[in-house]
Ligand binder design. Structure first.
Ligand SMILES: Cc1cc2nc3c(=O)[nH]c(=O)nc-3n(C[C@H](O)[C@H](O)[C@H](O)COP(=O)(O)O)c2cc1C
Length: 208
């Protein structure tokens, strides 16, 4: 059992990282391995819509191979779930996280994502957490990924890692999130039900 944790923050050891660390520790208590990938602490180009990842042969890889996108993509292929983390910048996910997650989810082939578990955590000093949460879960709900939830919209408050630990309700929310992620992975792994088939792809692009 493995979960990929992605820190989209420019701060490699800031609040988002601290939140992901709390989750990692809790997942380990359930026997679930996890790895935190530092995605946001270097310049990340956004998706240029070149569609190379979708061309003949469907590489499932982003054409820009100079950052962690393809590395995280491969780790996700081999994992049972993924948790995306971002700080709130102007009431949205930060720019690096958005660029990284756009390219990760666009380049990966659908089978790599289908019915794997997804969750997100956001970190803010004061406001914008639920708008950012809403933004991030959309990566899952377009990818046939069940969203793992907790007892609140997974956010922690702080400016420093110490603040995160002081947000006891936030810590509890992340702890429950990790518990639920581990539980659902175990349920799925113990099931012998085959994944559902789906109708052929059709794109109408709203042309009339
Ligand atoms: C450019 C920028 C914009 C920010 N915008 C917000 C905001 O809209 N709302 C908020 O509560 N905090 C905002 N913050 C504060 C961060 O979200 C907060 O300190 C977060 O916990 C930092 O997480 P990190 O240490 O993982 O980067 C902003 C910080 C920066 C650098």
């Amino acid at each position: 059992m493995k979960v990929v944790l992605v820190n989209g923050s420019p701060n490699a050891d800031g609040c988002t990282f601290t939140g992901l660390g709390i989750i990692k520790e809790q997942l380990a208590k359930h026997g679930v391995d996890s790895e935190i990938f530092q995605a946001g602490n270097k310049p990340i180009i956004g998706c240029t819509a070149c569609r190379t990842c979708k061309q003949t042969g469907k590489t499932g890889k982003c054409v820009f191979d100079n950052d962690m996108v393809n590395t995280v993509g491969q780790a996700f292929r081999e994992a049972d779930g993924i948790i995306l983390g971002s700080p709130v910048h102007y009431a949205s996910a930060c720019g690096a996280a958005t660029s990284f997650f756009d390219r990760l989810f666009f380049s990966l082939e659908p089978e790599a994502k289908k019915l794997k578990f997804g969750a997100c955590i956001v970190s803010c000093r004061r406001a914008g957490s639920t708008a950012t949460f809403d933004q991030l879960i959309k990566y899952f709900t377009i990818s046939q990924m069940p969203v793992v939830s907790s007892c609140y919209w997974n956010g922690i408050h702080g400016y420093t890692p110490e603040d995160v630990y002081a947000d006891k309700e936030g810590v509890r929310t992340l702890t429950i999130l990790a518990n639920n992620m581990a539980y659902l992975i175990k349920c799925k792994n113990q099931s012998n039900i085959e994944l559902p088939e789906e109708p052929p792809v059709v794109m109408t692009n709203f042309i009339r």
